[in-house]
Design a protein around this ligand. Sequence first.
Ligand SMILES: Nc1ncnc2c1ncn2[C@@H]1O[C@H](COP(=O)(O)OP(=O)(O)OP(=O)(O)O)[C@@H](O)[C@H]1O
Length: 334
Amino acid sequence: MVADNLTKEFRHAVKKPGLTGSIRHLLNPEYEKKTAVDRISFSIERGESVAYVGPNGAGKSTTIKMLTGILVPTGGQVLVDGVIPYKNRIENARNIGAVFGQRTQLWWDLPVLESLTLLKEIYEIPDREYKKRMELFEDILHLGEFLHLPARKISLGQRMRADLAASLLHNPKVLYLDEPTIGLDVSVKARIRQFIREVNRESGTTILLTTHDMEDIEDICKRLLIIDRGRVIFDGELQAVKDAFAQERTIHFEVRAPLHVGEEELAAQFPGAVLHIPSEGSGFSVRFNRFYYSAGDIIDFVTKRNEIVDIHIDEPSIELVIRQIYEVILTFRG
Ligand SMILES: Nc1ncnc2c1ncn2[C@@H]1O[C@H](COP(=O)(O)OP(=O)(O)OP(=O)(O)O)[C@@H](O)[C@H]1O
């Protein structure tokens, strides 16, 4: 999937309030231009799982709409599996699946099963293939419990599971997900994320995920593309972003009694490191800036004084990292 200087401008009418405004607008209409996507370039290989994130209004949905062929770009190129989406919408539709958390692609009044059989006919999926796909979906998504209910009667979580099945029935090469876990409870979220991960791993389906839920990103994606005001401002591996941005690390030690922390030496050797000794248990933790000290040095320090039973290093959360990146964006915007 390639976007090369991809641009989308919207033109909308500017009308002054009131009747005079309306009349003036009729006689002499004025328009304002809004660049929603501004010369965006990226390339996504087959089988990648990419989070496409940015603040509200950054241009994410507009990009996805150009990738799915719903919108025609104002400038630049877009290619999905060798197809120009807006020129070859039917061919593109065979290659892609899309799930929009806020909307459904199921027929509202039809039982879910009938929506799926209709899609089977539309995509001309052979019986055997259809059966295989349905078994795969059943394994994780457990559609059986609501297959015979019309879409309008099922819960949001069930609807999302059905929508995922509908979008993946024809085994597309690319899956677009726009807020796929919005409004769902924790257990359904987990099940949906697990399913998407499996689809990515087992079928090599390329995933492009738009979300404001940081756990979606953490659980599903390996790469992060951040956009702001229509422009790509970051493109890199998730782990690399964490390494580059998240400075703080915490190591938790569980040691055999008696405890020998060596507080003064620790403070002298690692100025700025923060020690925390919980009132219960036989352990403590050290929080430090990994740009100043290595985890190895801290572990060495503790092992010299204690018999260690268990060590656990807290990974920085992607939520913290992205929050930091957004803060930098907002600071530069002024
Ligand atoms: N049809 C349209 N006409 C005019 N402006 C539009 C249209 N669609 C989107 N925009 C504007 O383009 C910009 C990008 O919108 P877009 O929906 O792509 O953002 P987004 O990153 O998906 O935001 P969110 O996270 O809030 O969904 C916004 O300023 C929006 O108001």
